[in-house]
Unconditional design. Structure first.
Length: 171
């Protein structure tokens, strides 16, 4: 599993706490200086939180072509609710069309300050454009009890990857 990315909000808050300690807001000039610092930090944080790159024209065209080129899904998963698409089914269906159109899908995790872990999916294009999706990873209690936390966490991560992949591909 990729190393979790430290929550950018926490990084900003930690930095702001240091700033607050340095600034004795007893006069108007100190307050103005603090507001400038805060605005700079918010501006730096904003791109991290955006759902897509500033432009999306090229990635949208490439994704439309990739979806049109995909083959039929092969449902290789079987469970108590019938057949389902495993993450490998999505990969098998989309890897070649994505690659042929300069697209790539990557996943990572991000540990928030409150201990929650979020899955981050980034669909990137060779033009530099990208789409980002995030979803919390919440292992089911019954899976934790049956298989332990690590297995439950991996199962929840795979489940969210599968759903995120499908959603980003328009399935």
């Amino acid at each position: 599993m990729d190393k979790p990315i430290k929550d950018p909000t926490i990084l900003a808050i930690e930095s702001l706490k240091k700033d607050i300690d340095l600034i004795q807001a007893k006069d108007l000039e100190s307050i103005k200086k603090y507001i400038q610092i805060l605005n700079t930090k918010i501006d730096k944080l904003s791109p991290i939180m955006e759902p897509h790159s500033p432009t999306i024209g090229e990635i949208t065209k490439a994704l439309a072509k990739a979806v049109a080129e995909r083959t039929e899904f092969s449902r290789s998963g079987s469970g108590n609710r019938g057949e389902y698409l495993k993450i490998e089914d999505y990969w098998g269906t989309f890897d070649t069309p994505l690659s042929n159109n300069g697209l790539d899908m990557k996943f990572s995790t991000w540990e928030k300050a409150n201990g929650e872990t979020t899955l981050i999916g980034i669909l990137s294009h060779e033009s530099g454009e990208w789409f980002k999706s995030t979803a919390p990873i919440v292992p089911e209690e019954k899976t934790i009890q049956a298989n332990g936390y690590n297995q439950a966490f991996l199962a929840a991560t795979t489940y969210m990857k599968r759903n995120m992949y499908g959603a980003m591909m328009g399935c």
